[in-house]
Design a protein around this ligand. Structure first.
Ligand code: 13P
Ligand code: 13P
Ligand code: MG
Ligand code: MG
Length: 370
């Protein structure tokens, strides 16, 4: 146990209801029951169970640090048990993200997505948990860049002396399994050169610079698990989650939400193979319907107190995001009319793990040299 607080967001698709649209209430009930047990045992201090589309989301506050075996094993057992229930109920794709069987100390690399932050609680500690469905980790690149690097989004980068020096971005090359720390604004153009290629380079964490906050405590974290790398084939998209801390020495809550007023194009949607707009929605509207989408993002806001999360505020449940939702639907209409054509359908490189190689294989002998 440390004095520091840890927020762990761990999520998995253990079965959809119906299809890939939503999470069955019984799965959420069971998760709450099991996390209440974890709470009684002192493994965690508080929790919130949520969903985005067909992804079951466990948000936990505790003092066991990042990569805690106790916390990860609790989450894993929740997903194991809810997978059993999903099988009993014949839910769709039961156990979809449960790619390994035996838990051996850490849930990373086993299928579920993880975003964790460990930090010294400030006098007041607001943070936001973002949950996306029908997309991939790179979908966070644009909003994270806007929040922590773009003065047209975050007024504080200009106005607030505490964040005027900018932030450090930890960027992962998820194909080569390498990472690099880059300083912004100094290396802004190089950062953009990487993170614009969002299927390969993803923002994993954001770190503060020397100043108001400890430099060794990250202020934002994104789940970057790639399912096809674990499974060796397409088994659903790596619907990501993120945690972002807010205010005093960090972007304000409203600066963290502002990028989502623009429904940017992300890859995912139907069969994980299409580009479409990311629509910000309330928890009650986090059901992926049209063409299994469009891709959605839910934001829950907390005001943590000694690792107690308290009640969440459903931040996109607000008329201020109506325009973004309407725009997203216009873009969805426009993109859908391309049917199987790029750029609605993903480019070849991103289709590698679908049926396309099989089509090519079948035609192999019929191709003639021109
Ligand atoms: P802080 O109090 O976190 O500095 O935020 C300033 C503000 O008013 C944001 O809108
Ligand atoms: P999920 O990754 O959310 O399970 O969606 C898979 C899919 O194929 C949707 O069409
Ligand atoms: Mg699914
Ligand atoms: Mg999903």
């Amino acid at each position: 146990m440390t004095e520091k607080t840890t927020i762990s967001v761990i999520k998995a698709d253990v079965g959809g209801w119906p299809g890939h649209s939503n999470v069955h209430p019984r799965l959420k009930e069971e998760a709450k029951k099991m996390l209440t047990e974890g709470l009684k045992k002192g493994t965690i201090i508080d929790f919130c169970v949520a969903h985005c589309g067909d992804d079951l989301e466990l948000i936990m506050g505790h003092k066991n640090g990042i990569d805690s075996e106790k916390v990860h094993s609790l989450a894993w057992s929740v997903f194991e048990r809810t997978t059993e229930i999903a099988k009993e109920l014949k839910l769709y794709g039961a156990g979809q993200d449960m790619l390994k069987d035996a838990f051996s100390g850490n849930i990373r690399g086993m299928g579920p997505g993880i975003a964790e932050l460990e930090f010294t609680e400030r006098k007041s500690e607001p943070f936001v948990v973002f949950m996306m469905d029908k997309t991939e980790p790179g979908a966070f690149n644009l909003p994270m860049y806007r929040i922590f690097a773009d003065p047209f989004n975050t007024a504080g980068l200009i106005i607030d002396p505490n964040i005027h020096d900018g932030f450090v971005f930890e960027i992962w090359d998820i194909f080569e399994h390498k990472k690099v720390l880059m300083s912004c604004p100094e290396e802004m153009y190089d950062i953009l050169a990487l993170i614009g290629a969002k299927s390969r380079f993803v923002i994993k964490r954001v770190w503060p610079k020397e100043g108001k906050l400890p430099v060794d405590e990250a202020v934002a974290s994104v789940s970057t698990e790639k399912l096809f790398q674990i499974a060796g084939e397409y088994v659903g998209k790596d619907d990501p989650v993120a945690v972002v801390r807010a205010q005093s020495g960090l972007p304000a809550l409203g600066e963290i939400l502002e990028p989502f007023a623009f429904p940017h194009l992300v890859s995912g949607w139907m069969r994980g193979s299409h580009n479409g707009p990311l629509m910000p929605v309330a928890q009650k509207n986090a059901t992926c319907t049209r063409f299994d989408g469009p891709p959605r993002v839910v934001a829950l806001g907390f005001q943590i107190n000694d690792a107690k999360l308290g009640e969440p505020v459903d931040l996109f449940d607000d008329v201020a995001f109506d325009h973004a939702r309407k725009k997203a639907q216009e873009i969805a209409d426009y993109m859908r009319r391309h049917g199987p054509f790029e750029p609605h359908r993903l480019p070849l490189a991103d289709m590698e793990y679908t049926t396309l190689p099989k089509v090519l294989k079948k035609l192999e002998k019929r191709f003639e040299v021109v």
